[in-house]
Design a protein around this ligand. Structure first.
Ligand code: MTE
Length: 304
């Protein structure tokens, strides 16, 4: 798989990456001292999350130039090329549906109660490539709990902004806009489910889903919806953009599963971006120990 390089990247971006690594090493030796993160939120120098992997991290340049964000086009380089048209300030997120405290919050108020932490997660795209990404953000559960979901809230539905002027790919009907995704309530509340606001210690770039995106590391990457404007608690399983476009190819669960082929290709192996040889794909993307129990008794071939 060819990795496209963006002409937009400057020397600064490369320096940032080196600085980030040095700062992490420095923080590791300090321990427990609060600093301000790139998004202005406190970034604690803390022991690495038990959920983080030690695997080699994909370079910043690759994470920010090899993207899927169809609202900017279908080529892997399109998001980095065109995403500057997305305005992320001001930004607001509506939280509604089956909850006691619905509301429309501006981004600052939405983020204020949350301190950010780092999670170094594997990301496995359904297309057969993968990366290791050091995200900053906070657990999705912490956000959802603030709105007091009721007993009727069985699923959570997420929606990306619709604005074809800012997201020019929406002028074409490659997908049914808005991009929507969903999780079962217990999946959404699982401690691995994460709201990302940054990566490599910098605020998210637009191509990675600024200012707020979901990260669900045991599922194929398309569940990790970008640039979220609405979160709804719902009683029924919501449909999803990819499910609407090809229901036989993209199921609601979309847990990474080497035993269930995509109808057009095998899911047994993946290419880690930057590596030559393919590696084995692991059940639940290597997070089986943490999440397999969510699906006990379920037929994962049927519920793909
Ligand atoms: N979210 C929106 N709104 N639009 C998209 O096209 N693509 C998905 C997901 N989130 C997508 C999206 C897919 S297919 C993948 S693999 C990941 O974003 C890619 O995230 P990355 O570009 O930050 O690696």
């Amino acid at each position: 798989m060819l990795i496209k390089r963006s002409d937009d990247l400057t020397d600064n971006d490369v320096t940032d990456y080196a600085l980030y690594q040095r700062r992490r090493d420095f923080l590791k030796t300090l321990g427990g001292i609060a600093l301000l993160g790139a998004s202005g939120l406190p970034l604690m120098a803390q022991a690495k999350s038990a959920f983080s992997t030690d695997e080699e991290q994909t370079p910043f340049e690759d994470i920010t130039t090899y993207n899927n964000f169809y609202e900017f086009g279908t080529d892997k380089g399109d998001p980095a090329r065109y995403a500057s048209s997305l305005k992320t300030t001001p930004w607001s997120v509506t939280v509604d549906g089956e909850c006691e405290k619905p509301g429309k919050l501006n981004l600052e108020d939405l983020l204020k109660p949350h301190s950010t932490e780092e999670r170094i997660y594997r990301l496995r795209c359904v297309e057969g490539w993968s990366m290791v990404i050091p995200w900053q953000g906070f657990p999705l559960a912490d956000l959802l709990k603030r709105f007091n979901p009721t007993a009727n809230a069985k699923y959570v539905r997420f929606e990306t902004l619709v604005d074809p002027d800012q997201l020019p790919g929406q002028k074409r009907s490659v997908l049914d806009w808005p991009y929507t995704e969903g999780l079962r309530m217990d999946e959404a509340m699982h401690p691995l489910s994460f709201m990302a606001t940054g990566l490599y210690g910098k605020d998210l770039l637009n191509q990675n889903g600024a200012p707020l995106r979901l990260v669900v590391p045991w599922k194929y990457g398309f569940k990790s919806i970008k640039s979220i404007v609405r979160i709804s608690f719902v009683a029924e399983q919501p449909d999803t953009s990819w499910g609407r476009s090809a229901p036989e190819e993209y199921g609601f669960y979309s847990n990474v599963n080497p035993d269930v082929d995509h109808p057009r290709w095998s899911q047994r192996k993946e290419r880690r971006i930057g590596e030559f040889r393919k590696r084995e794909t692991l059940p639940f993307n290597g997070y089986a120990e943490q999440v397999a129990s969510l699906y006990s008794g379920m037929d994962l071939r049927k519920n793909f």
